[in-house]
Write a protein that binds this ligand. Structure first.
Ligand SMILES: [Zn+2]
Length: 193
């Protein structure tokens, strides 16, 4: 009889404790395990590989793409803006396209004009994507660059949007002897179908 009372009391306490735990813990765990929302910024430009580009494959037709600095800044990733619009040079061996050996066309990463072909790409050992010839001479503008006092260089711009792509040097391979030393960040590659 005495045993039964103690056993009965224990049972009551156990049930009460269980109810208490049951009523508190699910709520506590639910609130702590709920995933936090991923912060999103609408002002962050899409990565170069995803951003919409109005690709143009043929010879430049004279229809220029003109945008303000503010528009370019909004559209381009910071690295792309620095290279394309401020003529910065990316660090060697950092570009995604330097060692790209796929067959296809390289476009201006700002406006989508076709500027180089994989057919003229070669291993220059410089750490930048290098070509011995532009896809069409009409698609690039070459102009004197005296930004480094001790060296007069030839800058290469996209003919359609006047974005900086890189420089051209006269130490390239045959058949042209030219080396178009491009920034990977200034180019978008599209593989041939
Ligand atoms: Zn362009």
């Amino acid at each position: 009889m005495r045993f039964n009372i103690i056993a009965g009391l224990s049972l009551v306490i156990a049930v009460a404790a269980g109810a208490l735990v049951g009523s508190i813990s699910p709520r506590a765990s639910a609130s702590s395990s709920r995933p936090l929302p991923t912060p999103k910024s609408k002002t962050q430009p899409a990565p170069a590989s995803q951003r919409y580009l109005n690709f143009f494959d043929g010879k430049f037709d004279g229809q220029e793409v003109v945008k303000t600095d503010a528009e370019w800044k909004k559209e381009l990733a910071p690295m792309e803006y620095a290279v394309l619009r401020e003529a910065a040079t990316e660090a060697p061996y950092t570009g995604a396209l330097t060692k790209n050996h796929q067959v296809g066309i390289y476009y201006c990463a700002a406006c989508g004009l076709a500027v180089f072909s994989s057919e003229t790409k070669f291993e220059s050992g410089t750490g930048w994507p290098s070509f011995y010839k532009a896809l069409f001479k009409e698609n690039v503008i070459e102009k004197e660059d005296r930004s480094i006092p001790e060296e007069v260089r030839t800058e290469v711009e996209c003919a359609r949007c006047h974005s900086h792509l890189g420089h051209v040097f006269d130490d390239g391979p045959e058949p042209t002897g030219l080396r178009y030393c491009m920034n990977s960040a200034a180019l978008r590659f599209k593989p041939a179908k």
